[in-house]
Ligand binder design. Structure first.
Ligand code: HEC
Ligand code: HEC
Length: 178
């Protein structure tokens, strides 16, 4: 019985260490983007050229500015029909980093943006840059990735809002161990 309890305890501890990371993201989920018509619309429209980035990454002021400049959106035209525009803007604003509690590393990215800054890029925020500074440039510029904005080429579960370290797999490099 003692051995059994010992084995069970060891297994539980090992298991929880291994999955603590994923669990953190699972626990944060109820606070992540809603499941609604607007969410689906957002994924279709704003996910047409790149991954539909989770609104939790940026504050309201960033999304407002982004929505006001869609006709020149990173040198592309991302304008929307009037009704879709209103639904998507409202969705972004109610799920922004400063609109509700956002946990884990996603929350940290939003919280560490200085109040006087209104970034349009998640990839240019201070905590994002800190987390990605050790990745060699050639791994980002290679044709399989092209841009640091292509989150899902390395974060295999990015679309589900899971950025935990053991879900990272960089093309022509492999798993990320730091
Ligand atoms: C016509 C194509 C297109 C559409 C539609 C589009 N985008 Fe983009 N978006 C781009 C391009 C191109 C970039 C720059 C990507 C890069 O640097 O690799 C970009 C970048 C971004 C970034 C910054 C990524 C980073 O570096 O952190 C955000 C945020 C973003 N888009 C949000 C949106 C939102 C919100 C919508 C919907 C309203 C949208 N996009 C629709 C083309 C598009
Ligand atoms: C070239 C591959 C690559 C791309 C592209 C990339 N990341 Fe990462 N990301 C990493 C690596 C590697 C780490 C782990 C850094 C570390 O902890 O040493 C990381 C860490 C993170 C973390 C912190 C995870 C944690 O739990 O510690 C977040 C959040 C994140 N990335 C979000 C993004 C978002 C959002 C994008 C797109 C705008 C993106 N990443 C694009 C490779 C990438």
């Amino acid at each position: 019985m003692k051995t059994f309890i010992f084995t069970l305890t060891t297994a539980l501890i090992a298991g929880s260490i291994l999955y603590a990371d994923d669990e953190r993201y699972e626990r944060a989920k109820p606070y992540m983007s809603e499941n609604s018509k607007a969410a689906t619309l957002y994924k279709t429209e704003c996910g047409a050229c790149h991954m539909a980035y989770q609104p939790e990454f940026l504050p309201k002021r960033s999304w407002k500015k982004m929505m006001q400049t869609l006709e020149n959106h990173f040198k592309t035209d991302a304008t929307l029909e009037k009704e879709e525009y209103a639904a998507i803007e409202a969705y972004l604003l109610r799920n922004a980093s400063d609109a509700k509690p956002v946990f884990g590393d996603i929350g940290k990215i939003g919280r560490k943006i200085p109040a006087e800054q209104t970034p349009l890029r998640i990839s240019e925020t201070p905590y994002f840059k800190k987390e990605h500074r050790e990745i060699p440039k050639r791994l980002i510029l290679q044709k399989e990735v092209k841009s640091i904005a292509n989150c899902a080429t390395c974060h295999t579960k990015a679309e589900q809002g899971n950025y935990s370290e053991h879900t990272i797999f960089i093309p022509n490099y492999g798993k990320w161990d730091d």
